[in-house]
Design a protein around this ligand. Sequence first.
Ligand code: HEM
Length: 220
Amino acid sequence: MSRALRFYRSAIGKKVVMAVTGLIGIAFVIAHMTGNLLAFAGPEAINSYSHFLKSTGELLLVLRAVLIVAVILHVIAAAQLTIQNRAARPMGYVDREPQVSTWASRTMRWGGLLLLVFIVLHILHFTTGDLKPAGVFSTADVYGNIIASFRIWWVVLFYLISMIALGFHLYHGAWSSVRSLGLRQPSPNPLQRRVALAVAAIVWAGFVAVPVAVFVGLVG
Ligand code: HEM
């Protein structure tokens, strides 16, 4: 067996894979959230940004491939870690009262699954246009797609609930990736934990801003 495969078979190997692929995801959501804020600058700004991304051709294909592989590896490692943990304690705890785990850490699995469902529906909604909650879709008019969709309350609600899941997932994920990669500071309130909280809060607020602004009529 190769050294890489032997490393991956250990729990820490899977955690490192989750950490690295998770960091790729964090870089993507920061970039995506920043791009979305162009909706506040009007149709011209966000539509030409979208047009620019699509015009990069092969670069976009490579970025998409990296993202898809990262998501697949992240999910497989998470599922295998869960199975490994359950096998190590098949009976479960009689009286389980977690001492140090946070609410966010306990929602990682369900929140992660919700995010997976969100990503699939989101791509069908804004990238392929197979889901048209407002009945309209144009690949050339991202701004129009955003405005039409976020005038519908249940679309906004679905995005807001998904972004809550994203916020918790990011906070806990960013912090545990620091620990898995051995970058933790020996302190009761390490800087990295505060950075994880700030990243999660900024990404959450940036994503939520667009649907809320459209819904209340600030944009559109
Ligand atoms: C309120 C939050 C969000 C809004 C308004 C939003 C909006 C959009 C829009 C308009 C597109 C199409 C862009 C284009 O065709 O040029 C898009 C694509 C995409 N979004 Fe989002 N997004 C949000 C959150 C997220 C989150 C949280 C994720 C991932 C966790 C995500 C992942 C993606 C992916 C993977 C694509 C496809 C990119 C590609 O074309 O390859 N989005 N989003």
